[in-house]
Design a protein around this ligand. Sequence first.
Ligand code: DP6
Length: 319
Amino acid sequence: MEKTVRAHTNIALIKYWGKADSGLRLPLMSSLSMTIDKFYTDTKISDSTENQFWLNGVKQNGPSSNRVFSFLKILQSKFAVTGKLKVESYNHVPTAAGLASSSSAFAALAGAFCVHYGINLSPVELSRLARLGSGSASRSIYGGFAIWQKGNDDESSYAYALDEKPDVDLQLLVVELNNRQKDLSSTQGMKQAQTSPFFMPWIARNQIELEQMINAIKANDFSTIGSLAELNACEMHAVNLTAQPGFTYFEPATIKAIKLVADLRRLGIECYFTIDAGPNIKILSQLKNVKDITNRFVSEFHNVNIINASFGPGISCLN
Ligand code: DP6
């Protein structure tokens, strides 16, 4: 029986947003993420007479299937293996919303590829492979906090665990404000962002904030972790707004949510936000404040869906 590989989504607290080499997916900056428990992808690969990709039980054609198979082709030639493959993936996200992430998808795919061909790799080697499918996937090999060191070639660019079982009271409230498919993929968005006059300062800031974030995590300092994550996300979105031409992932509801986080903080309910390549926000908070934050969001937004996530595990084989 073919084995299923499970990889969890990660959310970057210090973002990857810019490539030095788009073919190898080498980033211009190192990044740091939190792997979360609630969202994950299960993937199984078996032999087939034709290449086929099934997602949540539905056969896929077009861009998503092409991306999967161009990635698998790279891996097949790397390991000198051949054959047509059936890929079956299930994205476990609580709703049908646009919260599915390429981080769990490509980490699970890299893992399922190795299981299928009986290739035994260390976590670092697997992280390198996953990176070739999607940069953020390099970090989903690990649970807890992971760092993707940018490196300068295929060999040196991989993620490692900073702390797989952190003892920090850190909750991530994923607030689904809008479930529309995003117009601009991360791959396209970060390419466009490089035209911003603030792009070089962004890279420099990222390096400083990464070091500060590592120290804050080691010191178990929630306030610094949260405020640095928020600052870093705002800087990433500032380079988007100032790109030539400028763009944003924010929707009106995103701005309303940002202001609500600031309001809650003024009321003494400590929380911070981070935002990725889409309109939804993720709130960093401590357990004691989850209820108040959730109630406030539910009363301010119609039909808001909030998922209370925390640290998730690294990649694993299920059967
Ligand atoms: C905003 O990993 O999706 O989530 O390497 O082009 O597939 P590609 O990009 P992807 O970008 C993630 C961007 C981000 C920040 C992050 O996860 O670090």
